[in-house]
Design a protein around this ligand. Sequence first.
Ligand SMILES: *Cc1c(COP(=O)(O)O)cnc(C)c1O
Length: 351
Amino acid sequence: MPAVFDIQSLVRPHLLKLKPYSSARDEFTGEAEVFLDANENAFGSAADGAYNRYPDPLQQAVKAELAALKGLRPEQIFLGNGSDEAIDLLYRCFCEPGRDHALLMPPTYGMYQVSADVNRTDVVQVPLTPDFQIDAEEVVAALRPGTKLVFICSPNNPSGNCMDERGIELVLRHAPGLVVVDEAYIDFAPERSLVPFLSRWPNLVILQTFSKAWGMAGLRLGMAFAHPDLIAMLNKIKPPYNVNLLTQQLALDALRHPERRAQMVADLLEQRTQLREMLAALPRVQHIYPSDANFLLVRVDDANGLYQELIRKGIIVRNRSSVLHCGNCLRITVGTPEENAALAAAIKGSV
Ligand SMILES: *Cc1c(COP(=O)(O)O)cnc(C)c1O
């Protein structure tokens, strides 16, 4: 990483000249009572409630609350239609198709590869070690000038463990482009978030989401934290109204009740321990990996057979048995006490 962070040298050249869409509300800021500038419906909404006005394109109220909660400035925050939108925008912003590439560490979250494919970006793979740790020396050895994005998922999906902090720092030190640390599950982990690293590493992007600990997957709200210059680029290329009005309102509601999220996380961690104990007692279960997330990766005697049998009993888990290092593994999300008991009973009664 060069001593001076130069976002311009990383961005796809044609985007430096991009003139972003200017919305009606961008062109007028101030006080007014009559808004006839955006072709909205002045009479109201066909649904119950008032949804006839476009939402704030930069989600300033949500960012103000979030900034206070995370110890960041609003200019360091991007909000998207799920973290998946941030992942896609990072590729679109930095990876020139057929020229630049991303570095992924399988087994990991599938969207990094899908987004690379959608954006016609090549991928270099440096597998995690068999115990699912980042192989930082191998990653550094694989870095090339065109390595624009390195994705590190911590805690990792599907293995559930956090990546070694010193390994991540080694990659940050050597990466010629951006290092994206996906912390979708960080609220369930004993390890701290890397958010404090942002002041030292301008090439770091941290992803978090409202989909897991906040319990708002249906609303689609993802966060990216990074250097203000990088956030400004993402804002420049995003669809103008990418986070809808209801999502912004309900995110504010959630952010004003952090104790609700904390209680759910505490309940979930208790259930994770319970589920682990129940599963460990079952003969078909061979190994349960350590988890810093809201799921367990579980190796069983016959993952494909058990997966089908659970489906017949109306219980759906994720079959990860075809994924690197995950032979005969099921990924099981921690449920309510009743759901976990039903799962354990179904496995126990299986053949
Ligand atoms: C669930 C998950 C997300 C969340 O994606 P959203 O689009 O915000 O719902 C992000 N990264 C990983 C690794 C996940 O498992």
